[in-house]
Design a protein around this ligand. Structure first.
Ligand SMILES: [Zn+2]
Length: 271
């Protein structure tokens, strides 16, 4: 669905990643029967655009924390290029991000980071992205779900997941709280853990407060799929990936998404 449809092409993708040919090998994808395309969406054929990959100097997140802003992140990449999505294993994804300083809000650098995040999310395409996923250890998330994206998912699944479109949200320094004790178990995926899915239990209803990109306090009350996206992205800011919270025996490749759950796995749905 969203990526290659066979393991051999996945291997080819991996092989060619280093040769920066990834985008050439992505097969067109049709509407999918995904039962858990959370943050990784089907890639419409028309979006088989070259996906520039910026070579990112690998550094531990502690050095990145110390110097990301003064070092002028973003100025190094050539104009027109999008940052690469950082993959699991990179320390920046496994350690907490730091708060955006009030003085940096509205600055050219921060604005560029936010614009990059939105562009990377839409280019993937995905429904959410956290700054560490482009190598920036800052508490920033972006999310958006559209009618078009939702149209790729089976109707039954959309209903069960309570998935509804919402406009682009940019949240700085988000703080998340649950609004009820209800939870939901569904498959989800992550742009930083490409090609896999697992069931994760999430709060059904949450509230997120933080700042808009221009520094105004905002509060979002969300339920269903939007609540899941918010939890997934806020987890990134704590250095937590969905695989840290998944029901381990449900972990699988995207190709095997629709295969039955193993005996003993919890049932999908709201509880
Ligand atoms: Zn993610």
């Amino acid at each position: 669905m969203m990526e290659s449809s066979s393991s051999s092409s996945m291997m080819m993708q991996r092989f060619c990643h280093r040769r920066r040919l990834l985008h050439l090998l992505r097969p067109p994808t049709s509407s999918s029967s995904s039962n858990g395309a959370l943050l990784r969406l089907p890639r419409p054929q028309s979006r088989l655009l070259p996906q520039p990959i910026r070579s990112r100097k690998r550094s531990s997140s502690s050095s990145a924390v110390a110097g990301w802003f003064s070092m002028g992140f973003g100025a190094k990449k050539k104009s027109g290029q999008l940052p690469e999505i950082v993959k699991a294993g990179d320390p920046v994804l496994h350690e907490p991000a730091q708060e955006v300083a009030a003085a940096d809000i509205g600055s050219e650098k921060l604005e560029r980071i936010i614009d990059d995040m939105i562009a990377v999310m839409r280019n993937a395409p995905g429904v959410g992205l956290a700054a560490p996923q482009i190598g920036i250890p800052l508490k920033i998330i972006v999310l958006e779900d559209t009618k078009e994206y939702i149209s790729y998912a089976p109707k039954k699944e959309i209903g069960a997941q309570d998935r509804r479109p919402f406009d682009l949200l940019v949240i700085l320094n988000p703080k998340l709280q649950k609004r009820s004790n209800k939870t939901a178990l569904f498959f989800e995926g992550c742009l930083s853990v490409d090609g896999f899915r697992a069931v994760v239990e999430r709060h059904l209803e949450v509230e997120v407060s933080g700042l808009s990109r221009d520094g105004r306090p905002i509060k979002i009350e969300a339920s269903g799929w939007q609540a899941r996206i918010l939890q997934h992205e806020c987890d990134h800011l704590d250095g937590t990936l969905y695989v840290d919270k998944m029901v381990p025996r449900t972990f699988r490749t995207v190709e095997n998404l629709d295969l039955p759950l193993a005996t003993g796995c919890p049932k999908l749905g709201v509880r």
